[in-house]
Design a binder for this molecule. Structure first.
Ligand code: ADP
Ligand code: MG
Length: 261
């Protein structure tokens, strides 16, 4: 599914009545079956952007279109959060089935679908475990399975692996790419890690410091399937450097411009 973001802006009003401009006039298209990464410094509005696309927040201005249609209340998306956000009182299977229960899917079909996803994310044998019995990596596998359970056309991922150790993160990156190849979802993947963005994505959208503006959309010219060996490729390193340069230039601009703070 194609996602088009048009002139999207968001200004929050905090409790003291102060306004915080989080996003400023973002224009961005994500193609059918594309893996798009979004990078930018902490606080630049990345989560705000995903939450608007997910229909969890309303924008101050602008629109989001899914295959040309605007559907703010029931967008065809599902979200994977950084902090896993699992129900501690539900088993692996119970967590994965949650969204299906909400949609009124019958128990038999729910179970069948959840079991297929357990396989897909590599959790076979752990169906009856509770989140506290799982490692961080396994919990995030549940998060991914739960999001995929409702068969969203667009998968939104907000720094999903940033709480994991480096080795687990690397493993899950590769596995997520394999899942993406199999399910052909459109993925919007937020991270503050430039290497991770370049390793996984077809293109990387680079946001400025707050208020987040789109600085550039950088294509990643690396073949698929991606593998760890590519982390040393000249092209990988050049792309990382290019994005790093864009972010650094933006940060330095803020130091000399009075409105930048
Ligand atoms: P990121 O995910 O890139 O770190 P966020 O989207 O979480 O950034 O936040 C962008 C900016 O908006 C930050 O300055 C943050 O403090 C502010 N912000 C986020 N949520 C709210 C809110 N509910 N009320 C007021 N300000 C907010
Ligand atoms: Mg965030």
């Amino acid at each position: 599914m194609r996602v088009v973001i048009e002139r999207l802006s968001k200004t929050y009003q905090d409790r003291s009545g102060q306004s915080v401009e989080a996003l400023q006039s973002i224009d961005l298209s994500v193609e059918e079956e594309e893996f798009l990464a979004i990078v930018g410094p902490s606080g630049c509005g990345k989560s705000t952007l995903l939450n608007i696309i997910a229909g969890l927040l309303t924008p101050s201005e602008g629109d989001v279109f899914f295959d040309g249609l605007r559907d703010g209340s029931h967008p065809p998306t599902a979200m994977v959060f950084q902090e896993f956000a699992l129900f501690p009182w539900r088993t692996v299977l119970g967590n994965i089935e949650f969204g299906l229960e909400e949609r009124g899917v019958a128990a038999g079909e729910r179970h069948e679908r959840a079991m297929r996803l357990v396989e897909l994310v590599g959790l076979a044998g752990f169906e009856e475990k509770y989140p506290h019995q799982l490692s961080g990596g396994m919990r995030q596998r549940v998060g991914i399975a739960r999001a995929l359970a409702v068969d969203p056309a667009v998968l939104l991922m907000d720094e999903p692996f940033s709480a994991l150790d480096a080795q687990t993160r690397q493993l899950l990156q590769i596995e997520l790419l394999a899942i993406w190849e199999r399910t052909r979802k459109t993925i919007l993947y937020v991270t503050h890690n430039i290497q991770e963005a370049v390793f996984m994505a077809d293109r990387v959208a680079v946001l400025s410091r707050r208020p987040g503006r789109l600085i550039a959309v950088v294509p990643v010219e690396l073949k698929r399937p991606r593998s760890e060996t590519m982390l040393g490729d000249a092209r990988f390193l050049q792309t990382v450097d290019l994005i790093w340069g864009l972010i650094k230039a933006d940060a330095e601009k803020a130091l000399v411009s009075p409105e930048g703070g």
